[in-house]
Ligand binder design. Structure first.
Ligand code: MEV
Length: 438
């Protein structure tokens, strides 16, 4: 049985690695060598990565790819994507090329409001709490001035604070529900700092509020935290063209294609099992750009899936219609992103990715991310409703299989040639390699 370790975070990196290698690996020297093999040779870069989190032992690589030729609102972009799934960047590039000759992608930010809440318990008369809040609302704003000063200079700040009675959900449960504009920053630290100050003000001011009884003064703040659900921080991305212009190599009958496509989207709108996979395809594009640009993909994921379930049933994030001979395909998603603060100037590859996108504002990045999601969804549905997904997917996955079998260059050439016209599967490739090697 493995032994627990005391004070692990205080050990040096070398000591941590040695302990792990001895404790968990049959050949510790191999584990140590592998971990060190992934260290950056530039000590400064390695130190930077070491300090992003606690207990860093090495770096975990994910490829950074690019999808060029994205025509978005009339301008071309090359989109950086950090992702491990073989077919995602290829699919994005295909969609980009396809739509670049059909008017490109249109993207619009609808709104940019962020949300944070102070959750608290109050046992008393609601009307007194409401009066207390109304009389102290300005104080909540003034007490946070030192925090909001810089954000206000950039055109952001606290938009509003409202008292919400949540006692129908839980006894004695209330909230200060605040909305924020955080401009080009994602705003998590700003929002959380404001909220923690609201909580302090709430506690302090309630202590001297003359109308409260002694027990009413005992407000209990449970927590103060931003919400990653941002239904009023949304962006729309769209493609549209006459149905007959949809034709290409795999789309011989554009009307039939458009109808099957719309049907596929409608299935995802009404059927949660399909909706989850459909939206997963959208997230292939969204997450890859979010990660490459140093944003918090867990926050984005949580918020988007909540949005997909806003009607009470989990549903498709994208929609499609054919009206008067025009095919339109669009999505609307909430995205709280930043292009300043956080990792944006810290991680060299994030900096590079943002520069590749011409150092976008947060709004412009929202547009790019939404477009990447729509492009990915288009590519998936195009394959699913025509050739099926596996053909392209497995052709892209072939490299991974070849690597698993340690195929040499000569074998690779023969195998790629063979599987150009044959169905790729793990076992078919294994059989083919085994035959070659006989
Ligand atoms: C695979 O990563 C994503 C798809 O399953 C999405 C979809 O089914 O729409 C292909």
């Amino acid at each position: 049985m493995n032994k627990p370790v005391a004070g692990f975070s205080k050990l040096s990196k070398e000591e941590k690695i040695n302990w792990i290698a001895k404790e968990y690996f049959s050949t510790p020297s191999e584990a140590i060598a592998l971990l060190k093999n992934y260290w950056n040779t530039d000590e400064k870069i390695q130190k930077l990565h070491d300090e992003f989190i606690e207990n860093t032992i090495t770096n975990f690589y994910i490829p950074l790819g690019v999808a060029p030729n994205f025509l978005i609102n009339g301008k071309y972009s090359t989109i950086p994507m950090a992702i491990e799934e073989s077919s995602v960047v290829a699919a994005a590039s295909k969609s980009a090329n396809y739509w670049s000759t059909r008017g490109g992608f249109k993207a619009t930010v609808i709104n940019t409001e962020k949300i944070g809440q102070v959750h608290f318990l109050y046992k008393g008369d609601l009307s007194k709490l409401q009066l207390f809040f109304a009389q102290n609302k300005a104080k909540f704003f003034s007490d946070t001035e030192s925090i909001t000063k810089n954000m206000q200079k950039r055109g952001g700040g606290i938009l509003d604070i409202v008292l919400q009675d949540k006692t129908d959900l839980l006894p004695n449960y209330y909230q200060l529900h605040a909305t924020f504009e955080t401009k080009d920053s994602m705003g998590a630290n700003f929002i959380n700092s404001c909220l923690e100050q609201f909580a302090k003000t709430l506690k302090e001011e309630s202590q001297h509020y003359a109308l409260f009884s002694e027990s009413e003064k005992e407000i209990t703040v449970i927590m103060s935290i931003l919400s990653n659900y941002v239904p009023n921080c949304t962006v729309r991305a769209e493609v549209s063209c006459p149905v007959n212009e949809l034709a290409e190599k795999h789309i011989l009958d554009p009307q039939d294609f458009a109808e099957r496509f719309v049907q596929a989207v409608q299935i995802a709108e009404v059927e949660p099992f399909r909706a989850v996979t459909h939206n997963k395809g959208i997230m292939n594009g969204v997450d890859a750009v979010v990660l490459a640009t140093g944003n918090d993909f867990r926050a984005v994921e949580a918020g988007i899936h909540a949005y997909a379930a806003k009607s009470g049933q989990y549903s498709s994030l994208s929609h499609a219609t054919i009206e008067n001979g025009i095919f339109t395909f669009w999505l609307e998603i909430p995205l709280a992103l930043g292009t300043v603060g956080g990792l944006t100037t810290l991680h060299p590859l994030v900096k590079l990715s943002l520069e590749m996108l011409k150092n976008p504002s947060a709004k412009e990045l929202m547009e790019v991310v939404a477009v990447a999601g729509l492009a990915q969804n288009f590519a998936a549905l195009r394959s699913l409703t025509t050739t099926g997904i596996q053909d392209g997917h497995m052709k892209m996955h072939l490299n991974n299989i070849l690597n698993q079998f340690g195929a040499n260059e000569d074998e690779r050439i023969l195998i790629r040639k063979h599987f150009k016209h044959n169905t790729v599967s793990h076992s078919a490739v294994a059989d083919y390699i085994n035959n070659l090697r006989k």
